[in-house]
Design a protein around this ligand. Structure first.
Ligand code: NAG
Ligand code: NAG
Ligand code: NAG
Ligand code: NAG
Ligand code: NAG
Ligand code: NAG
Ligand code: NAG
Ligand code: NAG
Length: 606
């Protein structure tokens, strides 16, 4: 442990340098959050996804607010616009440390939380407001001064609580007074300021990274830097050779310290991607391709990862997906899945170009997948934002492309793969508007925590076959169900769930109602209603309804569905189905989601 220190401080320095040349903070947010990446806070709680993470993030944000208080004498941010800019900067800094950025909205109410509001703490908004209320004889002004190491910390915290209770006596409806007190203590009272780790640890309660106390190493490093600086310009030759020696020594030391990381990375290399089209990327290649994972290249983010656009040195445009998982036990699964996807080649499936696994002390283990870049984005974007003008022939081809992709997964390879997450956001369009199914094989890296459950259920719920959602019965027909939903979305241009008038209406129920009243035309998107042959378009809608039938046995297989779409076989008379799900049964479906996410780890047909 002891010799981790220099490594950490050198990565530190590196990050600092990188940052100095990197994107500057958003011009709108007054807080410079670069400290998120450079300050040695303990990221382990957030990496482990444990309960303490939110508190840590709040403290970390408080560090910025304390600095802002010092600089501007304002306790909070001027308005929601500013606040949301700050939060988004904060988020992206966390993302660069590969801490799941979705923790931010989860942990923080919303951006209004940090906006100055007279109702917060007896109307305190500025330092002046504060000094008018908290008298100069308050112990806060003395106990939080100076060195707050060890036993000197608790008097400061107690003083903060005392002040809080005084303020609450003035206005019992106050909120956030304690937060104000600690921010004040760190930003104004303590002369070392909020960015001193002792102060931050005590006043803000920020956990500090464990560097095992022996700071003599880093001290000598600092001294070294100072010496080098002093000689700079004077004896360049000496400096150079000196530098080379230092570099060499550091390199040697790092090489030794990196052994466990290399071992980890090599354990992947030995097992994955032999004789497939996919290759191993170095993290440096991906850094270069994505301009160090610049925020400007971020093209998507979801529960499972962040997706960046990148350009490889040979000019190929790729999508680089950084997998986020809060648990590290996904390694084996990752190996499995990479092995599966790397062997699948089909023109309607998004193929893997390669992957990258890295590990270092500062940022921990990271895994990336590299795919071809699909310039026309996702089907979902095209449908909901009208990004590409989807004419009837385009829609028809997209449906058939998706069907062929699924058919390949079900029948083209052995053992078959059930995608389990067919939905319009997972269907990508290439430059010729050919559709490719993505995210197969590699579905749920991590078991999703409560956090994603809600968003995921809202996002994907409507696509889950009921028997799968309720009982976890996974068959090829579950994918057929999701495919049916996608057909209906494409044909109608509507979303899977219509939550417009306070009730939830599934697209299948809506389409079924129209078909029942012999009004299938009503289902068709207005923009294609006159753009194609009625009969064929209605046939597609009927196949969609049949595929998304609640009764498993009535759904066709994907190959039968293709034949029906192409008119090679007749569509059976649609049997009746239960009434539309009420809002309540929707609720009870959602509550089964825990089991759904647990099933998510089973993928291969046995
Ligand atoms: C928010 O505050 C900033 C800085 O004080 C200001 O420039 C901006 O116009 C404000 N925006 C709104 C919507 O009030
Ligand atoms: C933020 O939360 C408050 C209540 O907690 C709510 O009134 C407000 O509408 C929310 N704002 C946004 C932008 O979601
Ligand atoms: C202040 O907060 C209260 C409730 O917390 C809210 O109703 C009010 O709109 C807020 N005022 C401003 C200016 O944001
Ligand atoms: C601080 O001074 C006020 C009067 O200015 C007095 O009422 C209060 O008790 C004093 N508090 C302490 C902690 O000495
Ligand atoms: C941080 O504060 C401690 C006292 O609490 C002090 O000894 C140390 O020098 C400070 N560190 C920096 C970098 O200012
Ligand atoms: C605190 O809030 C309650 C109800 O919300 C209200 O009745 C009371 O008058 C408020 N007290 C103060 C001091 O504003
Ligand atoms: C930090 O290091 C100390 C001493 O090595 C150890 O006892 C403690 O458990 C460590 N804490 C964490 C969070 O790793
Ligand atoms: C730090 O390490 C040095 C030798 O490496 C040792 O002499 C010293 O006692 C250590 N200090 C602490 C506080 O552990």
């Amino acid at each position: 442990m002891r010799n981790l220190r220099p490594l950490i401080s050198s990565s530190f320095l590196l990050l600092f340098l990188v940052d100095a040349f990197g994107d500057s903070a958003s011009p709108i947010c007054p807080i410079d959050f670069s400290y998120v990446e450079t300050f040695p806070w303990d990221t382990s709680l957030c990496r482990a996804g444990s309960d303490g993470c939110c508190q840590t993030l709040l403290s970390l944000f408080g560090m910025g607010l304390a600095q802002n208080l010092k600089d501007t004498s304002m306790f909070q941010l001027p308005n929601v616009t500013v606040s949301s800019y700050c939060l988004s900067d904060f988020r992206s800094r966390l993302a660069r440390l590969s801490i799941q950025p979705s923790l931010v909205p989860l942990c923080f109410e919303n951006s209004t939380q940090f906006v100055a509001n007279a109702s917060n703490c007896d109307g305190i908004m500025t330092v002046q407001d504060w000094t008018e209320r908290v008298r100069p004889n308050s112990t806060l002004y003395t106990s939080c001064k100076g060195d707050l190491t060890g036993t000197r910390c608790s008097p400061c915290v107690e003083a903060g609580m005392e002040v809080t209770s005084q303020l609450l006596a003035l206005d019992p409806n106050s909120t956030k007074c304690f937060y104000y007190a600690v921010v004040y203590a760190a930003g104004i009272v303590n002369e070392y300021g909020p960015k001193n780790s002792t102060t931050a640890k005590c006043a803000l309660g920020l956990p500090i990274a464990n560097t095992t106390g022996n700071s003599s190493d880093s001290f000598s490093n600092k001294k070294l830097v100072r010496i080098v600086m002093a000689f700079l310009g004077a004896i360049i030759g000496v400096l150079l050779s000196f530098g080379v020696v230092v570099l060499y020594k550091n390199h040697e030391r790092e090489r030794r310290q990196n052994a466990p990381h290399e071992e980890y990375v090599n354990s992947f290399r030995d097992e994955v991607l032999p004789n497939t089209g996919a290759k191993w990327f170095q993290i440096s290649e991906l850094d270069r391709a994505t301009n160090r994972f610049s925020q400007r290249n971020l093209i998507g983010q979801g529960a499972h990862g962040l997706v960046y656009r990148g350009i490889l040195s040979d000019g190929t445009v790729v999508a680089v997906k950084q997998l986020l998982d809060l648990e590290s036990k996904g390694d084996e699964e990752f190996l499995n899945e990479v092995n599966i996807i790397s062997t699948i080649r089909h023109r309607n499936l998004l193929s893997l170009r390669g992957c990258c696994v890295t590990s270092d002390d500062f940022r921990g283990k990271m895994r990336f997948l590299v795919y071809d870049y699909m310039s026309n984005g996702s089907l979902s974007d095209s449908l909901s934002h009208g990004i590409n003008n989807l004419t009837w022939p385009l829609r028809k081809n997209i449906i058939l492309d998706v069907a062929k992709g699924i058919a390949y997964l079900h029948y083209g390879i052995k053992p078959a793969i059930y995608h389990r997450d067919i939905k319009s956001t997972n269907i990508l369009l290439d430059m010729d508007m050919k559709a490719r199914v993505s995210d197969f094989g590699l579905a749920k890296q991590s078991r999703e925590g409560q956090s994603h459950l809600t968003t995921r259920v809202a996002g994907t719920y409507g696509y889950l076959a009921p028997e799968y959602a309720l009982y976890g019965q996974l068959t090829e027909k579950s994918d057929v169900y999701s495919f049916g939903i996608v057909i209906l979305e494409i044909m109608s241009g509507r979303k899977v769930l219509d939550i417009s008038d306070s009730s939830v209406l599934l697209i299948t129920d809506w389409a079924w109602m129209h078909m029942k009243s012999r009004n299938v035309e009503e289902v068709l998107d207005k923009s294609i209603r006159d753009g194609g042959p009625k009969g064929i378009m209605e046939r597609f809608v009927r196949v969609g309804i049949l595929c998304a039938h609640v009764m498993v046995a009535l759904r066709p297989t994907i190959t039968e569905a293709i034949k029906m779409l192409e008119g090679d076989i007749d569509i059976p008379r649609l049997p009746d189905r239960p009434l539309p799900l009420s809002h309540e049964s929707f609720r009870s479906f959602s509550s089964c989601s825990t089991s759904v996410s647990e099933i998510n780890t089973v993928k291969l047909k046995h």
